[in-house]
Design a protein around this ligand. Structure first.
Ligand code: HEM
Length: 146
């Protein structure tokens, strides 16, 4: 069994403050993200064909209640990562999506966005990505004895 052994340390106060600003803008953030994704990475954008991108940013709401203890969400995030792998989402796609998400957030609340929000959300995204990719890798690796 793999669990998160070390506490996940994030800038909780900064995330909470910025969350309050971006929460009402989530529909606009989703629009901006997918417009940009289609421009920058059509191959990745194609993975969304016929799907509902807005589902994705609901994660932000779920994470909101766990900024101070993300480890509680670890099993769910691992399973989410495994589902993403089945849709063809690869490790490098997260690297494309992260900056696009941060830019969309910043642009949606301009001029209230601060550089420390970018730092805090980038760390959060990286943490979530790591957990999701671990779940994806585990789901693809046949269980071995011992
Ligand atoms: C930290 C990164 C990410 C998070 C937290 C996240 C979160 C989610 C969530 C919560 C869903 C809803 C579906 C479910 O719960 O099973 C979803 C769906 C989806 N995500 Fe992500 N995602 C991330 C990264 C990515 C990346 C990099 C891609 C690249 C293409 C992607 C593509 C998709 C697609 C195609 C769906 C399917 C939507 C549907 O079923 O209609 N996601 N994501």
């Amino acid at each position: 069994m793999v669990t998160t052994d070390t506490p996940i340390s994030l800038s909780v106060a900064t995330l909470e403050e910025s969350y309050d600003i971006i929460a009402p803008k989530i529909p606009e953030i989703v629009d901006r993200m997918y417009t940009r994704l289609f421009e920058l990475a059509p191959r990745v954008a194609q993975i969304f064909a016929g799907r509902d991108p807005s589902k994705q940013l609901r994660t932000v709401h779920v994470l909101r209640d766990s900024f101070d203890d993300l480890s509680a969400l670890t099993p769910e995030l691992e399973a989410l990562g495994a589902r993403h792998a089945t849709w063809g989402v690869q490790q490098q796609d997260y690297a494309i999506m992260g900056p696009i998400l941060l830019e969309a957030m910043a642009a949606s609340v301009d001029p209230y966005w601060r550089s420390e929000y970018t730092t805090a959300w980038a760390a959060l995204f990286q943490t979530v990505e790591d957990i999701m990719l671990r779940g994806a890798a585990r789901a693809q690796t046949p269980a071995t004895a011992g």
